[in-house]
Design a binder for this molecule. Structure first.
Ligand code: GLC
Length: 725
């Protein structure tokens, strides 16, 4: 339980402090500087700190450096207002966890809270107060490199993870409680619709209907705000022609009024200045005015506020009251962190004790194992049998630098365990290793000789292919999401030996792997799993751990299908065998290669006796119990993610053919069976219309229950609201 304070004490303290501040000092609190970027010489802006012209920094790490800068602020500036230190702690600070897209495949939001708790503890020990995480952009376009940072294509699943992530970062604090010394402020980003950038090209324009915003892109932000997220970050892109950072409809009407967000709003890096480049703001002064009036509190790294707001104040283009309100929100975060009483929350010895502990690593391993998705396993090629001999090969089989994942923060490549190291540690498999080709797929000649010499003693081939960490994340969009040609060629070279091939993929996005899927015996989707990658992968390969992850983003058959996702609309001419003129391609199937919610196990599960307790719901408060018996019909203990979807047959706005509305993860021993039940609340059956209004209508529904978004059992029911239809 964190220490508490009285709201009126906080308010009085901050208002008294604001009264003492000069305009320059007030504007300073709205100015955030990055100390080192893209290899430029590091600048700690000591003079800015002494003048009170900066209120927060990002990219400063470590107890020593943050304390050094904090001492200048507290002891050498006129009012001694402490600094905030922010950092992108996306999937761990020093101990790296799986990238969020991987972590989402656990379908276990509790684990994301666990990783956030540890990430916060390590970051806080390193002097960080505020993480620019969680990213909650919904995306159905794997060409966009930032899908690595999110939780996939589905709003409900993302919202469940976001809720827990924020609790983990902020220590589940309530209003009136200080943020504990092991917790950090969270930041929901990027507001809003960034995952829908046109053609998957980062920073590109976005055009979305109000209902698409309400039903797809806003649900994670609603969850974040309901979970008390301390801050929100505005997105780079222009939404419906207006850059998010200067868009009062988004930032005031939707975020502040509709979603009731009362926390701090920070721009993305240099985003205010870039409104000029967008062709929206004629100059920096206009950009400052538009961003401030739209509701941005902190200007990240553009210095536009620092350079322009004082003139705008003098010209009465912005009011002192609005300025004080923005300053209040900044000082409120510093108060919640208790920085005015305890500006030094950490020190070198604490940092050394807290970072990269064996407990942190074992949690990272637990999550990494649960993030792995088994996509194919023909003839039970996996798990490997004890003392089998494999050829382990491929550019990602033993290359630490390639594996850390995007936004690796303070994670060190040398600390990452590779698949080769993991297999050696497992001591269960005889491994012949050679890299075979590099990440571009360029063959290593000498390795070909080794393979041809050793292949006769090999039972199976394990090849680790995919993307390096630097191929996903920000500004890493791709027009082609297939394996690079050379890697495909290397895969075909290995096929010549006629041995079963197990492909392990390490990547930051769904890839187009139709060729591999056709010819590999088994495929493991291992993403970028962080520090303990190799141990987790070895645990799955050797059967020590039965894979149970499921995809949260559809794998396309070809890039031409994008966006391809499960919760699509029917259209008036859904593809059918009966008619020719239907919604289809002449040269490709409609379905993805591997659908949302898909993932195999070393065991098998049977779904039977689906039941609904009634077939009519009569009010908004009513709920419908749905249950099904699930049996483990295989020989391995295993976890199964049971998914619940609905389809609204007809409504005043067309609705998706399926929408995830709940899920549960259960564990069953071989032959064990269990009834799994859900409760569908009538109030959750509504949708947002193009006026942004939540609509709940009487109607007919199908409820689906299944092991993925394609393989389901179904029942029908009705919603009859009082007096309707
Ligand atoms: C970046 C990203 C944002 C990040 C910020 C600070 O450009 O868009 O997600 O938090 O700048 O690094």
């Amino acid at each position: 339980m964190s220490a508490t304070y009285k709201e009126h004490n906080k308010s009085t303290f901050i208002h008294e402090l604001i009264k003492k501040m000069t305009p320059v000092e007030k504007i300073g609190q709205l100015n955030q500087l990055g100390t080192s970027i893209y290899g430029e010489k590091e600048n700690l802006f000591e003079d800015f700190i002494r003048e009170g012209s900066v209120g927060s920094f990002l990219t400063v790490r470590g107890a020593e450096k943050t304390n050094y800068m904090q001492r200048i602020a507290v002891n050498e500036s006129r009012l001694g207002i402490p600094l905030l230190f922010a950092e992108d702690v996306i999937h761990g600070y020093e101990t790296l966890f799986p990238i969020p897209l991987a972590e989402s495949c656990t379908w276990n939001p509790e684990l994301t809270k666990d990783s956030a708790v540890i990430s916060a503890k390590e970051a806080a020990a390193a002097g960080i107060h505020w993480t620019y995480s969680p990213m909650m952009d919904i995306s159905r376009d794997p060409r966009w490199g930032r899908v690595a940072e999110g939780y996939g294509e589905d709003p409900l699943l993302t919202a469940r993870f976001i809720k827990e992530k924020i609790k983990g970062y902020q220590g589940n604090r309530k209003n009136g409680e200080y943020i504990s010394e092991d917790s950090v402020l969270a930041c929901g980003k990027h507001f809003v619709g960034y995952g829908a950038v046109e053609s998957g090209k980062d920073y590109n324009s976005v055009d979305l209907s109000i209902s698409k915003l309400g039903n797809v892109h806003l649900p994670p932000f609603r969850a974040a705000i309901n979970s008390g997220v301390a801050s929100i970050m505005s997105a780079f892109h222009a939404l419906n022609g207006i850059p998010c950072t200067v868009n009062p409809f988004l930032l005031k009407d939707i975020l502040r009024q509709n979603l009731k967000f009362s926390g701090l709003l920070v721009s993305d890096w240099n985003a205010i200045a870039e409104c000029i480049v967008h062709g929206y703001s004629p100059d920096r002064k206009a950009a400052a005015l538009q961003a401030f009036n739209a509701g941005i509190d902190i200007d990240m790294a553009s210095k536009v506020f620092c350079d322009e707001l004082d003139n705008l104040l003098v010209e009465e283009k912005i009011s002192e009251k609005a300025l004080d309100n923005a300053v209040y929100r900044v000082l409120s975060l510093k108060y919640d962190l208790q920085l005015f009483e305890k500006p030094y929350r950490t020190f070198r010895e604490k940092e050394q004790k807290v970072l990269f502990t064996s407990e942190n690593k074992s949690k990272s391993l637990e999550i990494a194992k649960e993030s792995i998705v088994l996509l194919k396993n023909e003839y039970e090629t996996l798990p490997l049998m004890d003392q089998e001999t494999i050829l382990l090969t491929g550019p990602l089989a033993d290359d630490k630098n390639l594996m850390v994942g995007t936004w690796a923060c303070n994670g060190k490549a040398e600390n990452v365990i590779t698949p080769y190291e993991g297999l050696k540690k497992s001591n269960k498999i005889n491994t012949v290793y050679c890299k075979g080709c590099n990440i571009k797929g360029e063959i290593i000649e000498k390795d070909q000789g080794l393979i041809e010499k050793e292949i006769r003693n090999v039972n199976k081939i394990v090849v680790v292919l995919g993307e390096s960490a630097s191929e996903s994340g920000e500004a890493k969009s791709k027009s082609n999401i297939g394996l690079v040609e050379g890697q495909k060629d290397y895969f075909d070279y290995l096929r010549k030996f006629g041995k079963p091939i197990i492909v392990v993929l390490m990547n930051g996005r769904p890839l187009e792997i139709s060729h591999v899927a056709e010819h590999a015996s088994s495929i493991i989707e291992a993403w970028h799993l962080g520090t303990m990658s190799g141990i987790a992968i070895a645990s799955i390969l050797t059967g020590v751990y039965n894979p149970n992850g499921k995809l949260t983003m559809t794998f396309p058959r070809s890039v031409g299908q994008i966006p391809v996702y499960y919760s699509h609309m029917s259209t008036g001419r859904p593809k059918s065998k009966m008619h020719f003129n239907t919604a289809k391609y002449l040269d490709e199937k409609n379905s993805g290669l591997f659908p949302f919610g898909y993932g195999l196990s070393y065991t098998s599960f049977e779904y039977k006796n689906m039941e609904i307790e009634k077939d009519v719901l009569t009010s908004e408060a009513d709920c419908l119990k749905v249950s099904c018996m699930i049996k483990n019909t295989g020989n391995f203990e295993g976890k199964e993610i049971v998914q619940l979807y609905i389809n609204d047959h007809f409504a005043s706005q067309v609705r998706p053919v399926k929408e995830l509305i709940d899920f549960k993860k259960i564990e069953l021993m071989p032959n064990e069976q269990r009834a799994v039940s859900f409760c569908i609340s009538a109030k959750d059956l509504g949708f947002y219309d193009n006026q942004g209004k939540y609509i709940l209508e009487s109607g007919e529904y199908t409820v689906f229950l299944g092991t993925n978004s394609h393989e389901t059992v179904a029942k029908e029911f009705e919603l009859k609201l009082d007096g309707e239809r």
